[in-house]
Every structure is written in C-alpha cells, then in structure tokens.
Design a protein around this ligand. Structure first.
Ligand code: FEO
Length: 401
C-alpha cells in the first residue's frame, strides 16, 4: 500500500523508512532507523527528485506509481548518487524507460562505477546556475561538492521556495508517519541524531558546508527537503544556525565531555572524581563516557556539541588503549578543531598515554590543552586528589570564562 505526504500542493514525499538496518554505512548504529527521502513534483511534467535505498525500494516505487496514476515519469533529478539514494534507479528505468536524468557529469561517472550504464542521450548534465522549467515550476541547480560526495548538487524550486538539499540538513531516525520537523519535538527527539548524522557523515567537510550555506543565504527558502529525516517549513533559521555552528567547528554549548578508557577501574575512578570536583566548583554540564562502551559516532557527536573535552586513557601495549586511539583517529579524520582539552593518563609501568594523547591533539587545528595533566599510577592514591584539584581548577576557570 502506498504512503505519501504532501510537502506543497504539487510536491510530495515518496520515500520510505528503514527500521531494520543496524548500521548506517555499515558503521554507525541506528537506534531508531532512518528515512530515505524522495520527492515527486506533479506539474505539466512529472519530476522525481532522487530515488531511495533498495531496502525501501518496493514502498518507494508503490508511492511514485500511485501518485503518477498512469502518467509517465518525465524527469529524474539526481542530486546525490550514493546508493542510499540512487540504488532504486534501475527499477525506475525499468518502469519509466523514457525518463530523462538531470544530474551532474560527475554523478554520471559514479553511476557507471556502480554499474548503472546510462545512455548519454538520456542524461541532461547540468551545472551551477542552470535552470529547468517543468510547467509552473522552475528549478535552479546549485553545486555542493563534498556535501557529502564530489558529485553532489542541491536543487532549488524557485516557484515554491523548496530546497532539495541532498544530505545537507539530514538526520538519522525514521519518520514514523510524520514528515515535517514541526510535527515532532525536534529538539527532544531528533537533535542528538541530527548532530550525530552531521558530525559523522558530513563533519569532515565543514568548509564545503559553509560554502553551501553561503549560497543558500541568497535563496528565499520556504521548505528544506533533505534526503534523510524531516522536512523543514518552520523555524528553518534555527536548524541552519545549528549547521552554521557545526560546519565552523564551533561548539553548541559550553560543556565538558569526559571520555575515559579504563581496564580495571582506575582511570574510570579518576574521570569520575574529576567530574565530582567540577561539580563542587559549580560546573555540572559534564558528560562522562566510557570509550569502550560508547560508540565512537556518539563520542564524535558529543565533541561537536561541547566546548571542552577531557581525555583519560590507560596505557595499553605501550600505546593508547585501542578504543581511545580509534576515537582520536576519528577526531582527526573528521577535522575536529577549536576545543579546549584536558589530559589524564594511567598505567602501571611505562606510562605513555598522556604523551600520545597530546601528540594526537597536536595534529588537530586550534586545540588548547590545559595544564596540568594528571597521571594516575594504576589506581587513585592520596596524591591524586591534589592533581585532580589543580586540573579541576583549570577546567572550571576555562568553562566559566
Ligand atoms: Fe545519504 Fe551521502 O548519502
């Protein structure tokens, strides 16, 4: 049975929700599923904006077929050809073989790499600033390379102010029958997943996102239709402001992520005592996470949220504890920057975790490391309290500044 929703009188959501996928991109855990959004314009011509992941392919095709109601599909605009959006292309071509593809030249190359060999006659390759009219609706194309792949463009419907934004402004989490962000308590139900999606999927490409935001600021946007998550029609500026912070690597909040790795509880105790000492100093926006049991995508999301970061690692095989090493590597891969950090280390012999943590942080841009660092030898001792007091003083002063 089809299930579609009106975005405007002429534009419809025709996507699907996937609640079975455990790992997005086979990496990032999905706690509440994900939606694959596709949109259909019914004008003098019929125009589909992107397809959907094959996991929801039957639902997607049923939605499109129901809305077309016997009409042909004239155009398919492909803003992004990663398979979570282009995998149903073959099915579209089988059902509506005359459809003309409107996309970028780079996208055609990628489609070929994924095994979709499209005849050049069937492609209308567009570039920044090109326009196409479908009757009442005229759209213009805006290049958005690396948001999140090189071929990406976004499409702006000038007639109704609808931005088809590709992965930009997307989120994890399924839609569950609703569509618009204002049909949810977005801040309560979606913001953490939106941040985790942004930070881990697009976070590396902050400058490119900033470039897109700059171009978007010149458009009279009334709706944002991303490829994942809710459609925006109210308070659009609130969500754009989140993107402005995330893409500039500016924290959303003054607060502290305390990420620790601990084998037998010594480092964990030190991290917790640091939080207690901060609470005694009036600092309570602290968030204690075990890197062994917190997925790195969640840690990265917290790093994008908070201004301060304390890393407490045990030494392991003369190096960093593997999950802490992976977290630091992911921070580097995703271009994390502009944070104030504290370093704690532990070990029973040949303690190296602190030096290695500092080396990793030194590879990131504009990271400030507070003094002093704290060294724990196996477990907290009488001396540890004074060291942690000194670090808590420095953190509290910085967090209250
Ligand atoms: Fe949702 Fe970059 O694909």
């Amino acid at each position: 049975m089809y299930q579609y929703r009106n975005v405007t009188d002429d534009i419809f959501w025709v996507g699907g929700n996937d609640r079975r996928l455990a790992l997005f991109e086979n990496v990032h855990p999905l706690h509440h599923g994900v939606s694959y959004n596709s949109y259909l314009l019914l004008d003098e011509k019929t125009v589909l904006f992107d397809t959907a992941d094959w996991a929801v392919g039957r639902q997607f095709i049923e939605n499109v077929t129901a809305l077309l109601n016997g009409r042909d599909l004239d155009y398919l605009v492909l803003n992004h050809v990663e398979p979570d959006h282009a995998a149903s292309l073959e099915e579209v071509l089988l059902r509506w073989p005359q459809v003309k593809l409107i996309t970028t030249a780079k996208a055609v190359q990628f489609l070929g790499q994924f095994g979709f060999h499209i005849s050049p006659d069937q492609v209308d390759a567009v570039k920044e600033g090109d326009e196409r009219s479908f009757g009442k609706h005229t759209v213009t194309f805006v290049s958005a390379p690396m948001v999140h792949w090189p071929e990406v463009m976004v499409t702006f419907d000038k007639t109704e102010g609808v931005l088809f934004s590709a992965d930009a402004f997307g989120t994890f989490r399924s839609l569950d029958g609703k569509l618009f962000a204002d049909e949810f308590d977005f801040e309560r139900d979606f913001l953490d997943e939106a941040r985790r999606y942004y930070a881990n999927i697009v976070g590396k490409f902050g400058p490119q996102v900033q470039a897109l935001l700059k171009k978007a600021s010149g458009l009279d946007i009334k709706y944002i239709c991303p490829l994942h998550g809710p459609v925006w029609r109210r308070d659009i500026g609130w969500f754009i402001d989140k993107y402005a912070h995330w893409s500039a690597y500016e924290p959303e909040e003054t607060g502290l992520l305390v990420a620790y790795s601990s084998m037998y509880g010594g480092t964990e105790a030190a991290a917790e005592l640091l939080c207690a000492k901060l609470a005694q100093r009036g600092v309570t926006n602290t968030h204690l996470r075990d890197v062994s049991t917190t997925h790195v995508s969640e840690l990265i999301s917290d790093v994008f949220k908070y201004s301060h970061l304390a890393l407490a690692s045990v030494t392991y095989n003369l190096g960093l504890f593997p999950p802490m090493h992976a977290f630091l590597e992911d921070m580097k891969a995703l271009n994390v920057q502009k944070r104030t950090c504290a370093v704690l280390e532990n070990g029973s012999w040949a303690i190296r975790a602190g030096a290695l943590t500092r080396e990793s942080l030194a590879q990131l841009k504009e990271m400030t490391v507070l003094e002093p660092s704290v060294t724990v030898t196996s477990a907290l001792s009488r001396d540890s309290g004074a060291d942690l007091d000194a670090l808590a003083d420095a953190l509290a002063a910085s967090l209250k500044a």
